[in-house]
Design a protein around this ligand. Structure first.
Ligand SMILES: [Zn+2]
Length: 548
């Protein structure tokens, strides 16, 4: 075989390259895991040798593999494999039936862990008698269930007892053990108030976790995802994914935002020091851990997001305290910035978002403007005057989870902040127009048990519920086109992962990370984007899902 011939040529397709110099092509050649040519059949055909595999795309769309820039991958896959699924739309009685059923499996004091309840159930959990009702169906079995945001839990008496929580237990910093009028715990645990319970859940074995890590990559590939950023990574996560990478089984580019700040759940000082010092050695060739995570506020559904104006649903409540002051946040980011570490700050409320921008502004002044890109995770309530500051300060807007269209979670947010405030939420069009670096991500598995990038994309284009379960549209004037949405899942996250010259586009010299779809996103009705099927996924030229 002459050196110049390709191993594989894909042809007869609509190849949407995401490469501005060459946006649409019909054929693409791969050799050594990399794209060697993209263009017309006439341009690519000369690379066909005797042993070149020819793949006929049959007129279908080929595009770069998607990159999900905000997932909690290992814990989410463990939850998918090992917990009781409850739907965020389930009412409390439905949840009780599911818990009762789960309690018939396992034995003794085995834990029942369930994900995730939403607003409807939370309403009942706040009323007297909810804990007794849960205890009645679960008996001695410890039960804990998580709110869809991950920032709140509901535990039964057996779980509270194991965790050592009783009437005398004080609230931990940045958290609450909710108590009734008589001072007894109600089972509701807000933010860090749940940590003593979640820490008491026995751990899955190392082999079980390794299997979950492997399954998580297969799951991503099946969805057309060939890159991810773990938004809050532990040392353990790094080790499991490095083991996969060393075995040539990490068929996904991977970035890790390390839990290096005491504001992260699961933070341990020794582990954080080790991760920071050895972050390069802890990574395989497809991994990059030059990122850190800081949690600054909470979520609107629990009224723990730091907003400038009071919550419409509780106008007299005192303002939410952020986990760090502006000075503390500035110091923390400045320290990471000097070390070349990009910081992702969880900031949902407009007050928290402004604090991040104020902090980065001071950091740029202090350390110079050439430091790494920093990030605001979520950022849904960004104020109009803060939007231009994203580009000015080189702060990436990591938009997630997909709440830019009506669904049970976004409607809860609307109830909390009021319809008027919610009508201005997720100003995606304005943010893009201001020239900000933006990615769209899932935050899997906060609002849904399944990761579905196509529904999320559809929601960005239509601002309507792609499933048809909820009427109306959230701020439809902020809808964007398919052409504007695709970079949020490809080129932009690739650049944010510092992989812009390796993946995210289909161009000569880049990794052959690509997906074949059952429809051409650019020519179909926007609502049909939600049903997109990924027929095949290639990572470095290897078929890792489906067939072609
Ligand atoms: Zn997250």
């Amino acid at each position: 075989m002459p050196n110049s011939s390709a191993e594989t040529i894909l042809h007869n397709g609509v190849i949407r390259t995401m490469d501005a110099a060459n946006p649409v092509a019909e054929a693409l050649a791969v050799a050594g895991g990399k794209i060697v040519r993209v263009g017309s059949w006439t341009e690519v055909e000369p690379l066909r040798g005797e042993r070149t595999a020819l793949i006929d795309l049959g007129g279908r769309m080929l595009m770069p593999g998607l990159i999900d820039f905000h997932v909690h991958l290992l814990p989410s896959m463990i939850a998918r494999l090992h917990t009781t699924a409850i739907d965020t739309a389930d009412d409390f009685d439905t949840i009780l039936r599911k818990i009762a059923d789960a309690c018939t499996r396992g034995a003794g004091r085995d834990w029942v862990v369930a994900n995730s309840y939403g607003a409807l159930a939370l309403q009942r959990m706040r009323e007297p008698g909810a804990l007794a009702a849960l205890d009645a169906v679960s008996g001695d079995r410890p039960v804990v269930m998580q709110h869809l945001s991950g920032h709140g839990h509901f535990a039964n008496s057996a779980a509270l007892q194991i965790a050592g929580i009783d009437a005398a237990t004080p609230n931990p910093p940045d958290g609450e053990i909710v108590k009734d009028a008589d001072g007894r715990p109600t089972g509701l645990l807000v933010e860090s108030g749940a940590w003593s319970v979640t820490d008491a859940i026995p751990e899955l074995s190392a082999a079980g976790k390794a299997e979950a890590a492997r399954a998580s990559i297969a799951y991503l590939n099946s969805l057309g995802i060939t890159g991810f950023a773990d938004a809050s990574a532990s040392l353990e996560s790094l080790e499991f994914y490095k083991a996969l990478d060393d075995a040539d089984a990490l068929t996904c580019w991977a970035a890790f935002h390390l839990a290096l700040s005491p504001t992260c759940s699961g933070y341990a000082a020794d582990e954080a020091r080790l991760m920071r010092e050895q972050r390069r050695e802890l990574c395989g060739p497809h991994m990059n851990a030059d990122f850190a995570k800081i949690f600054l506020d909470g979520v609107p559904s629990l009224r723990t997001a730091a907003m400038l104006a009071p919550y419409a649903s509780a106008p007299d409540e005192p303002p939410v305290a952020t986990s760090l002051t502006l000075d503390e946040l500035t110091e923390a980011i400045a320290d990471f910035d000097r070390d070349g570490i990009g910081v992702k700050v969880h900031a949902v409320g407009d007050r928290a978002i402004r604090m991040v921008l104020d902090a980065v502004e001071q950091v740029r002044r202090r350390n110079g403007p050439g430091g790494p890109q920093h990030q605001i995770a979520h950022g849904q309530f960004i104020g109009a005057t803060d939007i231009p500051r994203l580009a000015e300060l080189n702060v990436l807007h990591d938009m997630c989870p997909p709440l830019w269209h009506p669904n049970s979670a976004s409607l809860t947010h609307e109830r909390m902040v009021g319809a008027e405030r919610y009508a201005t939420v997720w100003p995606v069009r304005d943010i893009l127009a201001a020239g900000a670096a933006v990615v769209a991500a899932s935050d899997w598995r906060t609002i849904a048990p399944d990761l579905d990038p196509w529904e999320a994309m559809c929601g960005l284009v239509t601002r309507r519920d792609p499933t048809g379960r909820h009427d109306g549209a959230h701020a439809p004037d902020q809808a964007v086109s398919v052409a504007e949405v695709l970079p949020l899942y490809t080129t932009n996250p690739a650049a944010a992962m510092r992989l812009g010259d390796r993946t995210g586009r289909l161009a000569a010299g880049l990794s052959a990370d690509m997906i074949m779809l059952d429809r051409d996103l650019m020519t179909i009705e926007p609502l049909a984007i939600a049903q997109t099927k990924v027929l095949a996924t290639w990572f470095e030229g290897r078929l890792v899902h489906g067939s072609a």
